[in-house]
Design a protein around this ligand. Structure first.
Ligand SMILES: C[S@@+](CC[C@H](N)C(=O)[O-])C[C@H]1O[C@@H](n2cnc3c(N)ncnc32)[C@H](O)[C@@H]1O
Length: 277
């Protein structure tokens, strides 16, 4: 198995789609008429969930008809939000075939298939025409991609002049080990967490101009505190839409390791917004 196959295998659990629909039903939702807001507790697979997506989106100047590429789109939460809240036309690309299938199915159930599409593929080899998008987003994906210069070149190529690239990734902010498993990888060989300076250099070398950078450490720690408080208030009973659903049986270790690394200052979620001149 090469690195990309291992990463897709880490995320792609064939039973997840079925379990997800059962969990949505068990939480009282009509799975044939789902709204993006109802899906938000489970379809935003990054620290801060929907709020983090909304806070990134607010800085991007999204508008109706804008053609957006979501790189590493997962099961499609951010893509559906950009289409539903701002009227964008979104294409999501993701390595993990099972996620692409689930993203497409949820989008149909949320009546957004006319504006949001997903396809399987790699961020390093984007199968789109040059200069065909007005913007790109990438949330919690770069931790799985070693070759940041190639990633930035691939995204730059499909963007038009004036387009943006909004990144929200976990990045290295200090020394210290990361314990595994973490949500994006069960082992060090498929984890590539690097300093913001590595992203900046890769973006600039690909022809982007950096416009904003924001460290979201405090936001992340508040998010995890809130998550713990809600779990405690629920009396320890697992919610059908809890993190176990998407992260699997090791979810407690995965979350603990990421929280500890953020608390120690080894890593933090960082937003970087770059533009094509
Ligand atoms: C933590 S999930 C984030 C999903 C989504 N961006 C979100 O925030 O809900 C990481 C996603 O990146 C995808 N991914 C990892 N490496 C990739 C690559 N080289 N090309 C495309 N997708 C990739 C994985 O398959 C997975 O769906």
């Amino acid at each position: 198995m090469n690195i990309e196959q291992s990463i897709a295998a880490h995320y792609g659990d064939e039973t997840f789609g079925k379990r997800l629909l059962e969990a949505l039903s068990a939480s009282g939702l009509d799975i044939n008429r789902l709204s993006p807001d109802e899906l938000a507790p489970i379809d935003e697979f990054h620290i801060g969930g929907r709020l983090a997506t909304a806070e990134l989106a607010a800085q991007l100047g999204l508008r109706p008809g804008l053609k957006l590429l979501d790189v590493g789109s997962g099961i499609g939460g951010p893509a559906r939000y950009f289409a539903h809240a701002f009227g964008c036309e979104v294409i999501g690309i993701d390595l993990t075939e099972a996620f692409v299938r689930i993203a497409t199915d949820l989008t149909r159930r949320a009546s957004l298939s006319d504006r949001v599409k997903f396809q399987q593929g790699s961020a390093l080899d984007l199968p789109f025409e040059a200069a065909s998008f007005d913007g790109a987003t990438m949330l919690h994906v770069g931790m799985n991609i070693d070759d940041k210069p190639r990633l930035c070149r691939a995204v730059r190529k499909v963007l038009r002049p004036g387009a943006f690239f909004g990144i929200y990734d976990l990045m290295r902010t200090g020394p210290g080990d990361i314990e595994f498993p973490v949500p994006w990888s069960s082992r060090p060989e498929t984890s590539f967490v690097v300093e913001p300076s590595v992203y900046r250099a890769a973006l600039e070398a690909a022809g982007f101009t950096l416009s904003k950078e924001r460290n979201r450490r405090d936001f992340a720690l508040d998010f995890f505190r809130d998550m713990q408080a809600k779990a405690k208030a629920a009396g320890g009973g697992a919610s059908p839409l809890g993190p176990a659903l998407i992260m699997g049986p090791e979810f407690k270790d995965k979350l603990r390791h990421v929280v500890e690394a953020i608390e120690r200052g080894a890593i933090a979620p960082i937003e970087l917004i770059a533009r094509v001149p």
